[in-house]
Design a protein. Structure first.
Length: 208
């Protein structure tokens, strides 16, 4: 697999929006997924990290993303935008479909090296975020948390929240966290470096 660096993320190109696993790209190389609650600025984070305004669609209606979206960085590396979770304005049938599809993706996708998890810094870790972390810990999947909307808090308050979250994560060496603001471009380089590190990491055991 070719060596990559932070600049590789600027090469992100849309590949496909997949509603079922049959539409996923071939399971080869390595990829990092981005997941999170529907109102935490996930799409804005993807756009800031890739330096590609409009790459991931942002919407005034949280939860609008209803498919798994794949972006190529190189022929061997991808970024994957997962549907936002925790938004109730969808049918139970569709919610169950999303859950089943995403569970399958996490459990079987050999190319998956890690997860980027945006968290609204003003709200901290919520129950569904903790459930996601517990699942990732069980399946040995590294997670890097972005405490988004850092600019909405004072610097001291943001640092206090970061320390609180880091204490909550201390039980697992698979987890890390940082401050992030898509609006102010704060923490972008740190996030890019972490994504590159995860993309170049060794595969994890998965269920076939």
């Amino acid at each position: 697999m070719q060596t990559i660096n932070s600049a590789t993320l600027n090469q992100a190109q849309f590949v496909c929006s997949a509603h079922t696993h049959l539409e996923w790209p071939i399971d080869s190389g390595s990829e990092i997924a981005v997941a999170g609650r529907s109102n935490v600025g996930k799409s804005s984070a993807i756009n800031a990290i890739t330096g590609r305004t409009g790459l991931a669609r942002t919407s005034k209606t949280p939860g609008r993303t209803r498919q798994i979206v794949f972006f190529d960085l190189t022929p061997d590396h991808r970024l994957v935008d997962l549907p936002g979770y925790g938004f109730a304005r969808t049918s139970r049938e569709l919610q169950q479909h999303w859950q089943k599809t995403i569970n399958r993706y996490f459990s079987t996708r050999q190319a998956l090296r890690g997860l980027v998890l945006p968290i609204d810094i003003r709200r901290g870790l919520m129950a569904m975020d903790q459930e996601m972390l517990n699942w990732c810990c069980h399946h040995a999947l590294p997670v890097h948390l972005l405490l988004t909307k850092r600019d909405k808090l004072s610097r001291s308050a943001a640092q206090n929240t970061l320390r609180t979250v880091q204490k909550q994560l201390v039980e697992s060496p698979l987890f890390s966290a940082q401050l992030f603001s898509a609006t102010k471009k704060e923490g972008v380089e740190e996030a890019r470096a972490k994504i590159v590190q995860l993309l170049m990491s060794e595969p994890r055991p998965v269920n076939n």
